[in-house]
Design a binder for this molecule. Structure first.
Ligand code: TXA
Ligand code: MG
Length: 313
């Protein structure tokens, strides 16, 4: 069910759930201070209660409404990357809903970089909890049509066009003057390190986790097999029937319906999920995927494809 901006705001203020665009993927939004509204989000998504939600705020001045502390390191990162595809996990204030944060001691915050989303945040006066607007473990939506296909026509959707970034935000936890990457997005580790002026903390025993980052995630219905090169993929495809192929750059795999992602990580990210949705609709026996280059700027896309393929490995 399509709604306009003012209907979206009214519904959200009444404690209803509305799918809204952001620059990364569509989010299933609800008033972050309303436990009943938050419960609707979990129910609609079939999301396990132990997987916390990101709170979207209108600007950096609202951080201390939610976080107990906003350290100089966290402030530097927020100033550099907000509004944008970047989420900060900080110690939560005691009043922050346990449904929202799934009993974690922390809260995840993001200022999105999307004019309509910022309008909704500012005009409603709300902070909005919003996970990706898809059923649990499915591919995230980057258009209003994807939301309706995944969650059903009864869910209110504000259509703000196709998402420009195309994959979910980078999530960074800041604790004790250290920073940890919980999920990689299109803001790369190198860019964060350049602002933090210290490397990410890794492999530490007390490494914080994003409970939602289990391996089986972002999965299309079509089983996926990954291939290190187009040549190996081509050889395998030659012996198969009824497969689709997803390759990087130009090309055509013989006897196989071939989809191409641009040979540029930003453009490939923008197109990745809509291409996966398109391929899923064909109900092929298998999707053969060329793994993107090992270079750092492809890391987030490699991560999503590896997770998408996981149930198959
Ligand atoms: O780009 C995005 O981040 C999109 C748009 C809608 O903003 N949202 C999104 O939400 O991807 P979701 O719920 O699909 O993924 C949020 C991730 C989950 O893996 C969750 O476990 C983690 O963030 N998370 C949320 N709160 C956390 C917390 N307090 N500590 C650690 N991880 C947290
Ligand atoms: Mg998600």
């Amino acid at each position: 069910m399509q709604v306009d901006l003012s209907q979206a705001i009214t519904l959200l203020q009444r404690g209803e759930v509305v799918a809204i665009p952001t620059e990364t993927v569509y989010g299933l939004a609800a008033d972050a201070n309303n436990d009943q509204a938050l419960s609707k989000v979990y129910a609609l998504k079939k999301r396990p209660a132990n997987n916390p939600l990101i709170v979207h705020i209108a600007d950096i001045s609202q951080v201390l409404d939610w976080a107990e502390t906003f350290s100089p390191l966290a402030q530097k990162l927020a100033v550099a990357f907000w509004p944008g595809p970047f989420t900060l996990v900080l110690p939560a204030k005691p009043h922050v809903s346990n449904i929202l944060r799934a009993n974690q001691p922390t809260v995840a915050l993001r200022v999105p970089n999307h004019a309509s989303t910022l309008n909704i945040l500012q005009q409603s006066g709300l902070a909005l909890a919003a996970p990706s607007a898809n059923t649990h473990t499915q591919v995230s939506p980057t258009t209003a049509a994807h939301v309706t296909a995944s969650l059903g026509g009864h869910v209110a959707v504000f259509d703000g066009g196709a998402c420009k970034v195309g994959i979910e935000s980078t999530i960074v936890s800041v604790a004790d003057d250290n920073w940890y990457i919980l999920r990689l997005g299109m803001i790369s580790e190198a860019r964060i390190e350049a602002i933090a002026k210290q490397p990410a903390c890794k492999g530490h025993q007390s490494l914080p986790v994003a409970p939602g980052q289990q391996k089986l995630h972002y999965s299309p219905n079509t089983p996926i097999q990954l291939f290190a090169s187009q040549l190996v993929l081509q050889a395998y495809a030659g012996k198969q029937e009824d497969c689709a192929a997803l390759i990087i750059g130009q090309g055509d795999i013989a006897n196989t319906q071939t989809f191409c992602l641009p040979n540029n990580p930003d453009q490939a990210a923008e197109r990745l999920y809509s291409t996966l949705h398109q391929i899923d609709a064909l109900h092929k026996k298998e999707l053969l995927v060329e793994v993107p280059p090992k270079a750092a700027d492809w890391s987030a896309i490699r991560d999503r494809l590896e997770r998408a393929a996981h149930k198959n490995t």
